[in-house]
Design a protein around this ligand. Structure first.
Ligand code: ADP
Length: 487
């Protein structure tokens, strides 16, 4: 089974969120299960800097907006992904600073429609019989709006491979104007409500949903939630119409990249099999020191809550900002926050860090190492997301013995078991779950978590149970393989 993964990011070459982690770990899990998976990415400047050695395996002309791009397909010598890597090299579109989607100043590149249409066209052309690179995929598995045009293009190509499409986050629909549609020279035939048209604009995500042979989302619960107006972002109608080919497959944790026993970013290693919790407290002491505080007993004994992620409404970051003063003043809690995003949230946390310099430890920006150290050092992890397609941080938290505190939605609902009298007794509790995405519910739940922490035995039990959960990719990779093989 030959599968080409087409995506806009892949750790460790380029990553802005969970998509990058999945494109790193799922292909390797599939290869271990017997598939032959290769990855294709745009040749962003950052990728070429990290993976400079490659050979040209194909040239093609690709239609853009009012111009034709001469595109080179590179086969990279880079091995960091652990599977073969192809790059779509088009310096006018991808040879830029910043992350895959945005200028370094934080605004979306104005030509994103052209950038990802050209990428998608190049991938579709590469899989056509017109080009022979000595490897022809049976399946093209594309991810999120940036690659949504691929299934549509394949559907209109002779002898095309099967198209599988995964929605990692429906909130990003790849929505562009009718003017962009015309400029890109997309076929008139596709401009309809049954096609790419979306409320007088068009959506690249919808192209993937309509034309793929199979559509997946990244957790079973999210695959149901997106059929409702509350979570559907206007796509609920179209998703209902393709429900027969829609399924939810839970993301997994890369067992090597996220392993507290061997994580190179940690100063102290640990495992649930080791009787002592010293590994965790050593990491807490190291993190306090790293953030400029003395690791006194008082600080080490106070519950530390971590957050890592994009500072956007989806993540409920405003709810965290709202409850922090109360929890510091009444419950002796402290917080370590890593992320970046909307100015208003960055400003709110900068103010909190100024007001409580010893209790609100803030790093605005991106740091892979600090993310690992927070997972190891914190006593609890906060994920009050309003919606969460799967979420990876709660899975990393479970593995690192940091019970997650989550809103009951999407993948969070599928992976965290609330602590109650019953779940403590039957030893299934792994975290804390609340039903209403409100500051009051979050605060009440954090107070429940603090009571468990102060009890000591309760916290140790849920830490151990969480660390023993198996969220490896094995099961999910088998589900994807079955889907690829489905007629
Ligand atoms: P999403 O994909 O919605 O952003 P996920 O929980 O699925 O959220 O995945 C987020 C991934 O990105 C995790 O690996 C997380 O550690 C990482 N991440 C997010 N923000 C940062 C940051 N500021 N620094 C380091 N890693 C981050």
């Amino acid at each position: 089974m030959k599968v080409l993964f087409a995506a806009s990011e892949a750790y460790p070459l380029i990553k802005t969120g969970g998509l990058g982690d999945v494109i790193y770990s799922l292909p390797r899990a599939l290869n271990e299960a017997g598939a032959d998976v290769r990855v294709i990415l745009p040749a962003y400047r950052a990728v070429l800097e990290k993976a400079p050695d490659s050979k040209i395996i194909a040239w093609m002309d690709v239609t853009g907006v009012g111009r034709t791009h001469s595109v080179r397909i590179l086969e990279s010598n880079d091995t960091s992904l652990g599977v073969p890597l192809y790059l779509v090299d088009c310096p006018q579109l991808f040879g830029r600073p910043g992350n895959p989607y945005q200028h370094p100043d934080g605004y979306d590149w104005p030509d994103n429609a052209e950038r990802f249409a050209v990428f998608s066209r190049a991938v579709a052309t590469l899989t056509s019989s017109a080009i022979d690179i000595g490897w022809q995929p049976d399946v093209v598995h594309s991810h999120d709006w940036q690659t949504g045009l691929i299934p549509a293009l394949l559907k209109h190509q002779q002898d095309a491979p099967k198209a599988v499409y995964t929605i990692h986050n429906l909130a990003y629909g790849g929505i562009f104007s009718h003017h962009d549609y015309i400029s890109l020279g997309l076929p008139d035939l596709w401009w309809s409500t049954e096609g790419l048209e979306f409320y007088n604009n068009f959506s690249m995500l919808k192209a993937g949903v309509i034309y793929a042979d199979q559509v997946t989302t990244v957790s079973p619960t999210y695959s149901k939630e997106i059929l409702t107006p509350q979570f559907g972002y206007g796509f609920e109608g179209v998703l209902h119409s393709i429900e027969y080919k829609l399924s939810g497959i839970l993301n997994g944790v890369d067992q090597e990249a996220w392993n507290p026993k061997s994580d190179p970013y940690l100063s102290s290693h640990y495992s649930h099999k080791w009787r002592t919790f010293k590994g965790k407290s050593d990491n807490k002491a190291a993190l306090l020191t790293e953030m400029g505080l003395e690791a006194t007993d008082e600080r080490l004994n106070a519950p530390l809550f971590g957050f890592i992620g994009r500072m956007v409404e989806q993540k409920g970051i405003d709810l965290i900002a709202e409850v922090i003063p109360h929890l510091i003043e009444n419950n002796n809690a402290s917080f370590i926050i890593l992320g970046s995003g909307q100015d208003a949230y960055e400003y709110a946390f900068t103010e909190l860090a100024r007001r409580y310099p010893e209790q609100v430890l803030l790093y605005l920006g991106y740091s892979e190492g600090l993310a690992h150290r927070i997972e190891a050092a914190a006593d609890f992890f906060l994920m009050p997301s309003r919606f969460e397609p799967c979420g990876l941080n709660q899975l990393y938290s479970l593995r690192y013995g940091t019970p997650p505190i989550v809103h009951h939605t999407g993948g969070l609902a599928d992976t965290v078991v609330d602590t109650s009298g019953e779940t403590i007794l039957n030893n299934s509790a792994t975290g804390f779950v609340f039903n209403e995405p409100s500051a009051a519910a979050l605060q009440y739940t954090i107070e429940r978590a603090i009571a468990c922490y102060e009890n000591g035995d309760c916290w140790k039990q849920i830490v151990r149970t969480g660390m023993q959960q198996d969220f490896s990719w094995t099961q999910s990779a088998a589900s994807y393989l079955a889907l690829y093989q489905q007629e």
